[in-house]
Design a protein around this ligand. Structure first.
Ligand code: SAH
Ligand code: DHB
Ligand code: MG
Length: 220
């Protein structure tokens, strides 16, 4: 099955025109020896379409890496829109800033260097937001806390997307010792019980294997 998922994912990617700036981000990620855990091209396109669908003008991302998903989402912003992306690793932030400048989005994307749990309260104190779209894609141990901050920095109707909530199906394992997996399980359960949002969880397959994203809309 896995080979077919990859072939079909590549088929979908190949249907659309290629994008040199986005391909350069993936090259730069490899060249810098950074983990290749960015969203796939098809998932990036999904984030772009969802950003357009919700008319996003303010976007928040937690977990920048080399800026791949940030560039996909920022390309959906109007000229006066803004995307703030949080990154704890100085090298990742530096590579991301270069990629973002190369993509011509330096005026629209702000990379904030810092640990998300420190920077999120700063954003609230600075009265940033409300964000129309929030993409949570950093460490998985703190997912539930990131989601609470996301709701706080959002408005009714905002869309909050959380990556990696299926983890090759390992999410079924209630005896796993893996802290990230436990964080994902806690998150999924909290999400389903969260009265502040209407949510669903989508399984996905493709070049990254088998995983999924949670989609949540903040209620009135
Ligand atoms: N969204 C990116 C991929 C992000 S990978 C894309 O699809 O292109 C996860 C990133 O989160 C890594 O760069 C990692 O350094 C960063 N990260 C991990 N823990 C973090 C934390 N506590 N605060 C901020 N960033 C963190
Ligand atoms: C990992 C992290 C991600 O955000 C992802 O999309 C895939 C894998 C990881 O840490 O292994
Ligand atoms: Mg991810």
């Amino acid at each position: 099955m896995h080979e077919q998922w990859i072939a079909v994912d590549e088929y979908i990617t190949g249907l659309f025109p290629s994008d040199p700036a986005l391909e350069m981000v993936l090259q730069a990620t490899r060249a810098a020896g950074m983990p290749q855990i960015n969203v796939s091209p098809v998932q990036g396109r999904l984030l772009h379409v969802l950003a357009l669908a919700c008319g996003a003008r303010m976007i928040l991302e937690i977990g920048t890496l080399a800026g791949y998903s940030a560039i996909w989402m920022a390309r959906a912003l109007p000229a006066d829109g803004k995307l703030i992306t949080l990154e704890a690793d100085p090298k990742h932030a530096e590579v991301a800033r270069a990629n973002i400048a190369h993509a011509g989005l330096a005026d629209r994307i702000e990379v904030r260097l810092g640990i998300a749990l420190d920077v999120l309260p700063q954003l609230a104190a600075e009265r940033k937001g409300p964000f129309d779209l929030i993409f949570i894609d950093a460490d998985k141990t703190n997912l539930t806390t990131y989601f609470d901050w996301a709701v706080r920095l959002a408005r009714p109707g905002s869309l909050i997307i959380t990556d990696n909530v299926i983890r090759h199906g390992e999410v079924l394992d209630d005896s796993s010792a893996d802290a990230g997996l436990q964080g994902v399980r806690r998150f999924n359960e909290a999400l389903a019980a969260d009265r502040r949002v209407t949510a669903t969880i989508v399984q996905m397959v493709g070049i990254k294997g088998y995983d999924g994203m949670a989609l949540a809309v903040v209620r009135e």
